[in-house]
Design a protein around this ligand. Structure first.
Ligand code: UD1
Ligand code: CA
Length: 460
């Protein structure tokens, strides 16, 4: 079976944060996640991640998803792969992909095409390469009339070799049995006194085995980040690439300023995305929606023809033809049913809002089930928390909740109930009833004038 080894031992000193470099995020996902998903998309799921600097954070992130091995000392890329020899020996029959955990744009097509070439050429090792305008710092691919002779690192290269623009991406396919054998033959006699994984090519060739180079058309596969500026550039590239994909799929953008859409997001045709809109996680959006400006939607399922203006939606479901905003906060566990309207300064948490219900302004609905065609007046609050536990409010279909109603949970309002403005509802209300809880209004005539007179300085 084919395997993969991902090198994730790097520190990233110039990021100036105590975190392994592969955990820095591009478009909301750690770079390591991009690399793992490329492997998995290419059908390679037996993966060993080599950890080093703050390896416990890598373990914590992976949560047992991949195998790991620790490189306790940083003695080079060859030494890093040596830490996976026990993993390789579990099954030496197939091929092993080696990738860098901090080069997020390696893609599954490149991985698959490189494997095809690797097998077809009967190679012990095939390095994946790309051609760069500025190859400085990378290992150069030395080609000969018959094939390649090896890889020379920047620090070991002659002037002539430095002029070569085809470079090592840091990704390779190895025949697993040959990789185990070649790792045992590496030494550190070079400018950096490191065990170079790149030396496996010249060693294989010297032993009469085949070694090849697979040149990727996609030079992005090589990109990594050494500092925050590089990371911002990776984010920018990924952001544009995702928006580019949605443009092809018929999603409208008039201006992409501040628009961030993570790559796991699905959007239906004809939807318009306005500036400042951030859509993350596994969000799924239907057709013909208008989202934004200045809207955040995380892990939601949104139907068709939905409008969300200047609002935040988290881990919730919104059905078709709903209008939300401006300034609405929909918190996790909510479901807004079709045709509902949620207006300004409304917060909804862990609640269901029924079909065609209107919650137009200044309302808190928490832990509640609101029926269909209900009208909730301004200033209404579900009093869902008594300081110890959270309780639910149930409001039946066709209810009319007057302004400034407090619903003290747990409480149940039947069908078509009215509550008078200002009522604090402390018990269940039967179908078709009015709940009113109010003191009698008193009129104190001339009050203002008497008050003024009492406080004015005495006239001379
Ligand atoms: C390496 C290649 C170079 C290639 C470049 C692509 C070698 C000797 N050189 O360069 O040809 O063009 O990658 O980026 O392999 N790592 C460890 N442990 C170590 C050393 C490195 O885990 O002891 C990891 C790094 O965290 C990184 C990857 O290996 O993910 C590449 O290491 P890096 O130092 O960035 O690359 P170079 O050795 O400079
Ligand atoms: Ca590097």
């Amino acid at each position: 079976m084919n395997k993969a080894i991902i090198l994730a031992g790097g520190q990233g000193k110039r990021m100036k944060a105590d975190m392994p470099k592969p955990l820095f995020k591009v478009l909301g996902e750690p770079m390591l996640e991009w690399v793992i998903s490329a492997c998995e998309d290419a059908g390679v799921s037996d993966i060993c991640v080599i950890k080093g600097f703050m390896g416990e954070m890598i373990d914590e992130y992976l949560g047992g998803r991949c195998k790991t091995a620790l490189q306790a000392e940083r003695l080079g890329t060859g030494h890093a792969v040596m830490q996976a020899v026990p993993f390789l020996k579990e099954d030496e029959s197939g091929h092993t992909l080696v990738l860098c955990g901090d080069a997020p744009f390696i893609d599954s097509d490149t991985i698959k095409s490189a494997l095809e070439a690797h097998i077809e050429q009967n190679n012990a090792v095939t390095v994946i390469t790309a051609e760069l305008e500025n190859p400085h710092g990378y290992g150069r691919i030395i080609r000969t009339a018959t094939g390649i002779s090896g890889i020379v690192e920047q620090k070991d290269a002659t002037e002539e070799q430095k002029a070569v623009r085809e470079v090592n991406s840091g990704a390779y396919w190895f025949r697993t049995a040959d990789l185990v054998d070649l790792l045992g033959k590496l030494d550190c006699n070079n400018a950096q006194n490191e065990y170079y994984l790149t030396d496996t090519l010249s060693i294989a060739i010297s032993e009469g085995k085949n070694a090849g180079a697979f040149r990727s058309e996609n030079a992005q596969i090589i990109r990594g980040a050494n500092d925050r500026k590089d990371l911002l550039e990776l984010n920018d590239y990924a952001r544009r690439a995702v928006i580019g994909k949605h443009l092809i799929n018929g999603i409208g953008f008039t201006c992409t300023d501040g628009v961030i859409i993570e790559r796991g997001v699905e959007i239906g045709v004809g939807t318009e995305i306005l500036p400042g809109t951030i859509i993350t996680g596994k969000t799924k959006i239907g057709k013909g929606c208008t989202l934004g400006p200045n809207t955040v939607i995380d892990n939601c399922e949104i139907g068709d023809e939905v409008t969300v203006n200047s609002s935040q939606l988290n881990e919730s479901t919104v059905e078709n033809d709903v209008v939300i905003g401006p300034y609405v906060h929909v918190r996790p566990g909510s479901c807004i049913k079709s045709g509902a309207r949620i207006g300004d300064f409304v917060e909804i948490k862990n609640s269901t809002i029924g079909e065609k219900t209107a919650v137009s302004h200044l309302v808190y609905v928490g832990d509640s089930d609101i029926g269909k065609k209900v009208n909730i007046g301004s200033g209404t609050a579900t009093v869902n928390y008594d300081g110890v536990s959270k309780n639910r409010c149930v409001v039946g279909d066709y209810c009319f909740i007057g302004c400034n109603t407090n619903l003290i949970a747990p409480v149940k309002l039947g069908k078509a109930v009215y509550t008078a403005a200002g009522t604090t509802v402390t018990g269940d209300v039967p179908d078709y009833a009015l709940a009113i809880e109010r003191g009698t209004m008193k009129i104190n005539e001339g009050y203002t004038l008497r008050k003024l007179k009492a406080t004015l300085p005495e006239k001379k």
